[in-house]
Design a protein around this ligand. Structure first.
Ligand SMILES: [Fe+2]
Ligand SMILES: [Fe+2]
Length: 262
């Protein structure tokens, strides 16, 4: 088991002086809320770190697949944006009193290789997993967190992240609009078959953080709201994928509502 630490991030406040860092003073927070905020923002930083790595792998897959330059160029900006998100979340965690180490399995940061798929099939499979599902879920959850957040620094950071995540989520459907006319029936079916794995991989994102602590305006929404957004987003994404002919098998996959409450 490895432990994710934010020591590598450096002086975030100097790098992003436009943010209201001084507005967050841990001495003014209730101890429970402060501890929950340290956990929440540290987990957020880890999620953003995993996103940066996943994005970089998808960008490489898009290049190998020789997708149109406008799509590849658009995606090339995303890993650097995810890295900014890591830094900003780390900065908030430090302001709350310090980041906490996040234990993780090294395999959790690896994308499936999808052996046997041709480069373009693999690129499409990764776009479905990372963008259609992962980024759509991130966007909706972060937007919900933003609505529940009153602390100025946490709001400023979430606003910046939500703005970028919206562009990431839009990329999913721009890519599918391009690839859809080129997909054979067999390719659509294989993508649908992979949705079981894709949904299982979403589970860490859909966990209610921070350990179900009540919302305190410091960055996260109430647990019940969180679960409702997970269920509604998964329903919406699966319906939209189905319109492209990418349908999950119903028998062997947990339902979105199972994932949301599991
Ligand atoms: Fe992000
Ligand atoms: Fe993102």
């Amino acid at each position: 088991m490895n432990v994710f630490s934010l020591a590598f991030v450096g002086d975030v406040e100097a790098r992003y002086p436009e943010l209201p860092w001084a507005s967050l003073d841990p001495a003014t927070l209730a101890p429970d809320a402060c501890a929950a905020a340290r956990r929440f923002w540290s987990h957020n930083a880890f999620s953003e770190h995993a996103s940066a790595i996943a994005m970089a792998e998808v960008v490489a897959a898009l290049g190998r697949a020789q997708v149109p330059p406008e799509l590849w160029r658009r995606a090339c900006a995303f890993p650097a944006q995810e890295l900014v998100h890591v830094e900003l979340c780390a900065g908030v965690a430090r302001r709350c009193g310090g980041a906490v180490g996040i234990p993780f399995e090294p395999g959790a940061l690896e994308l499936p290789l999808h052996p046997g798929l041709l480069p373009l099939e693999r690129a499409t499979a990764l776009v479905v997993r990372v963008f259609c599902l992962g980024e759509a879920m991130s966007l909706r959850l972060l937007a919900g967190n933003l609505r529940a957040t009153t602390q100025p620094l946490a709001r400023a950071v979430l606003m910046r992240i939500v703005r970028d995540e919206a562009a990431h989520a839009r990329f999913a459907w721009a890519y599918l609009d391009w690839i859809a006319p080129r997909l054979s029936a067999g390719e659509r079916q294989r993508l649908g078959d992979l949705l079981a794995l894709d949904l299982a991989a979403l589970a860490p994102l859909t966990d209610v953080p921070p350990d179900g602590a009540p919302a305190s305006g410091l960055g996260w929404m109430a647990a019940a709201r969180w679960s409702a957004i997970v269920a509604r987003t998964l329903d919406g994404v699966l319906a939209r994928l189905a319109r492209y002919g990418i349908c999950r098998r119903s028998a062997d996959v947990a339902s979105p509502r199972d994932l949301a409450t599991g």
